[in-house]
Design a protein around this ligand. Sequence first.
Ligand SMILES: [Zn+2]
Ligand SMILES: [Zn+2]
Length: 394
Amino acid sequence: MPTPKQAAQERLKSAGPGLIGLSHRIHAKPELGFEEEHASAWLCEMLDAAGFKVENGVAGLPTAFIARAGTGPLHIGICAEYDCLPAIGHACGHNLIASMSAGAGIAAAKIADDLGVTIVVLGTPAEEVGNASGKILMLERGAFDGLHAAMMVHPAPFDAAVMKIIAASMFDVCYHGKEAHASAFPELGINAADALTVAQTSLGLLRQHIRQTDRIHGIVTKGGDAPNIVPAHTAARYIIRSDNLNELEDLRGKVRRCFEAGALATGASLEINGGDKAYAQMNHDLALAAMYQRNAEALGRKFPDLGPLRDRVAASTDMGNVSLAMPAIHPAISIDSLPAVNHQPEFTAACITPAADRAIFDGALSMAWTIVDLATDPSTRARLLARSPDTLRS
Ligand SMILES: [Zn+2]
Ligand SMILES: [Zn+2]
């Protein structure tokens, strides 16, 4: 009789070529957040063929899905992401996340009933959008209800069981001024581009007076139409980040005043849209993360001591919001991309290499084995099951 871990490994091996094919297909057809029609459909087909009961278009989101297998009392969620970035495709490796999470689900489903577990693969769209993203809306609309824990693994330049994940909020800024001939009648114009310049100068000065862990970064999305027309409409998109949601709200007020300064100085009017559903910091379940690390090490993965980089390399994800609702992990898995790092076109290229394909297998199996451990370790199982019905509501 194979052990549960051996049975999961065998099942994953037979699914392997299909999972690598899926990753490469998603990579070749990058789809932006909430537009991931093909990726979502391909995942649903694969999970359906593997015996999952699949519901698509959940939570009012056409590209979200929930796939269930097994009938055990302990419900474990595995989150699949599959959106790309504008202009640079799968530079965050969400094609790998999709395949890893499907693979983990398929491998764990094989042994779910022996373990007393129900496996729930959640298709969570639009992780990169920065506001009101897939997991946030799915949490609000009950798609995570009834889960006792959730997990996913993210491609990175190195392996880490616990990544620094901070709160973040993305929003759009617009200034409305008035056009005029820039040479003949400039005194009749209200310069919306100047408003943005004043705001950016104010933000630059603000950087002296924020926490070391705060971040402010943005792009101008509209700067004007022609140099001989006083710009009447300008726009920018910004992201602010802080260690946690409380500090983020403090930073938000300060940043808002910098944008108000632009309006005040020029007479343009200011409009801010979005930023209403922020990404939370991640509250890692350290016991589950340690199980993941032991399983990944058993597959030959190395977890380097990152030293000060551990806190400095901070990013944000809506998995943070999930982690405030239930025990959750979000380890990083190396695809041997260095010197390329996430959100570079070179990282896009690294997401279909043999090392990336290998990460699909290792990440999927480490998650499946972590499910074996958390289901069979009596104290962990009891701790997860003991969550009261109202804490099961997200
Ligand atoms: Zn990303
Ligand atoms: Zn990502």
